[in-house]
Design a protein around this ligand. Structure first.
Ligand SMILES: Cc1cc2nc3c(=O)[nH]c(=O)nc-3n(C[C@H](O)[C@H](O)[C@H](O)COP(=O)(O)OP(=O)(O)OC[C@H]3O[C@@H](n4cnc5c(N)ncnc54)[C@H](O)[C@@H]3O)c2cc1C
Ligand SMILES: NC(=O)C1=CN([C@@H]2O[C@H](COP(=O)(O)OP(=O)(O)OC[C@H]3O[C@@H](n4cnc5c(N)ncnc54)[C@H](OP(=O)(O)O)[C@@H]3O)[C@@H](O)[C@H]2O)C=CC1
Length: 500
């Protein structure tokens, strides 16, 4: 191994997504001649632009997919290596890339992201959405589709069922209400009418950079085949690209082959029992598998006993950390969700190896108001903090866990509503020791506050509530709100003035 080593870098970062790129930027700003290499599987990197600190912990930014040369121009001392890491040898402090090169490192940060946790991975009629390529693949099939089934109840499903037009959507969720990863049943109730109504004629202008998708290469297959590589979920047939993010669907026409605008029916409290082709269905001895009518390329049987024919199934069922090439032959501690365990300095259990973003699992003792979710904002925060920790180690400087890990905060948009989530927004881990205060105006706003021991510990704000900063302060300062009771959400009180 040693004789094939091309070069040893002081810092090697693996992955050109938000976590990896932010880590590189942080390191190069702290140690300008830092001898940094970024090794990434895809030709493009993801860059954060127009970063805006909205309040103490809430942040907003645009995301741009750019050729990596942009990063090299900005940081002339940076070396970008375009190849996937094939193996890691923590004992010799070296990585081997798919094109056969070996690079040494003094400090390594793994930011290889995640991949879709696909239901029935080998089934060619099951699509996942992760990166630009898989989004293009989805679009290619959608434009010919009359009916699709979306399975999953998180971020991607919420976005898809709202955005897809010209195609009937059957949405199969495990839970009693929609959007379980972000909302409770009350918020779901507030949002459901938006699925039934027509979308606003002119959508609010998108502040963020839109993703462009190129035309499929001439001769590219337009039909489903059993060969997964023809619809690889990444920049090459097998290499994963960076995850999509806010407003990824704005630059893509999500339109099916029908004239209908949007028709979504939700199947609650069910999972997927089987996915069958029409031949398999015909040969099935079970009468219960008979579909309602028509002839479809594929049929999905749900655990509620219903069977639906459709053009394809979207598996929006979460992500699995991309740890594959790193674990083999090494001694990493891995969390229950499959992520590389990191401590409060973003260090894995292997010496000199850090990790950040979707690939890692935060295993330090969390602040009572923070939890990890695999989100763009957390990928940026972790990449940035990992960069700081790596630099601090080299410069022998002390460093404390960053303030951004004090309070969970997320701004996003679902069903064309602004959504702000703060702290233990769903009462996560609080058990019965919680009280909920809710204010709701149909079609306008939904405000939920989670109170525990008289203190505000979380909030869900849907719509233009303008309450995020005040509530963030109330959560951070843990003021005793018992004297205010339900007045806290009285719409006739200007709460901002109240607590000033
Ligand atoms: C459709 C979709 C919509 C989303 N919307 C939102 C949203 O609105 N808000 C939000 O906060 N989050 C959103 N997310 C989540 C967010 O995109 C991710 O949490 C975030 O991008 C993770 O960043 P990362 O840098 O950890 O990983 P990734 O972006 O996945 O980047 C991983 C990088 O590692 C590279 N790589 C992988 N394996 C190797 C290897 N072996 N060798 C070298 N390089 C490798 C890849 O090419 C890639 O460049 C969305 C995700 C999806 C899929
Ligand atoms: N606006 C935003 O902030 C957005 C964020 N994202 C992020 O991108 C990533 C990928 O999104 P997504 O795939 O939606 O992941 P999420 O983690 O958001 O949601 C996954 C959903 O699938 C469900 N699920 C898991 N396994 C099964 C199964 N076998 N059968 C049926 N349902 C199942 C989960 O239920 P359970 O929770 O019970 O396991 C959950 O409802 C996530 O990290 C997400 O947070 C994506 C889009 C938008």
């Amino acid at each position: 191994m040693a004789e094939r080593q091309e070069k040893t870098f002081k810092f090697v970062i693996v992955g050109g997504g938000i976590a990896g790129v932010t880590c590189v930027e942080q390191l190069t700003s702290q140690i300008p001649s830092g001898d940094v290499a970024l090794i990434t599987a895809g030709p493009h990197i993801k860059a954060v632009t127009n970063y805006k600190q909205v309040s103490k912990t809430l942040e907003e930014f645009d995301v741009e997919e750019k050729p990596s040369s942009v990063l090299e121009e900005k940081f002339p001392d940076l070396t970008v290596i375009h190849s996937a890491v094939k193996s890691l040898h923590t004992e010799t402090h070296s990585v081997e890339t798919a094109d056969g090169r070996v690079f040494g490192y003094e400090k390594l940060c793994i930011c290889s992201g995640g991949r879709p946790n696909l239901l029935m991975k080998e089934n060619p009629y099951v699509l996942g959405i992760r990166d630009t390529d898989s989004a293009q693949e989805f679009q290619k099939h959608l434009c010919k589709a009359k009916r699709i089934v979306v399975v999953g109840n998180g971020g991607i499903a919420l976005e898809l069922v709202y955005e897809v037009e010209g195609c009937e959507v059957i949405w199969a969720v495990k839970d009693k209400a929609i959007g379980n990863t972000f909302f409770d049943a009350g918020a779901a109730q507030f949002l459901i009418p938006s699925l039934e109504a027509d979308k606003p004629e002119v959508a609010a202008p998108c502040k963020r950079t839109r993703y462009t998708t190129e035309e499929p290469a001439p001769g590219a297959s337009q039909t489903f085949t059993a060969d997964r590589s023809s619809r690889g979920h990444g920049s090459g047939p097998t290499e994963p690209g960076s995850a999509l993010g806010p407003d990824w669907h704005e630059g893509i026409a999500l339109r099916g082959a029908q004239q209908v605008s949007r028709r979504v029916s939700v199947e609650y409290q069910c999972e997927v029992e089987k996915i069958l082709t029409s031949e398999e269905l015909l040969n099935s001895p079970q009468q219960t598998l008979r579909p309602e009518s028509g002839s479809w390329p594929v049929y999905i049987q749900l655990t509620n006993g219903k069977t639906f024919g459709c053009d394809f199934v979207v598996s929006a069922t979460g992500v699995v950390p991309n740890t594959e090439p790193f674990l083999h032959g090494n001694n990493f501690s891995v969390a229950n969700d499959g992520g590389l365990q990191v401590d409060d300095h973003m260090m894995t259990s292997e010496p000199d190896v850090y990790a950040a973003g979707d690939v890692c699992t935060a295993c330090w003792k969390h602040s009572p108001l923070w939890q990890q979710m695999r989100l763009w904002t957390q990928a940026r925060q972790m990449g940035w903090y990992a960069g700081r920790c790596m630099a601090a180690e080299v410069l022998s400087e002390p460093i404390e866990l960053d303030f951004c890990f004090e309070l969970f905060s997320h701004i996003t948009k679902f069903f064309n509503y602004k959504v702000v989530l703060l702290g233990k927004f769903n009462g996560q881990g609080l058990g019965p020791d919680q009280e909920l205060l809710v204010r709701c105006t149909k079609g306008q706003e939904y405000v939920k506050v989670v109170v525990s021991g008289g203190r505000m510990v979380g909030a869900v704000l849907i719509g233009e509530t303008d309450l995020e900063e005040t509530f963030e302060n109330l959560i951070l300062n843990q003021m005793d709100l018992t004297p205010y009771g339900e007045e806290l959400l009285n719409p006739n009180i200007d709460i901002e003035d109240y607590f000033d």
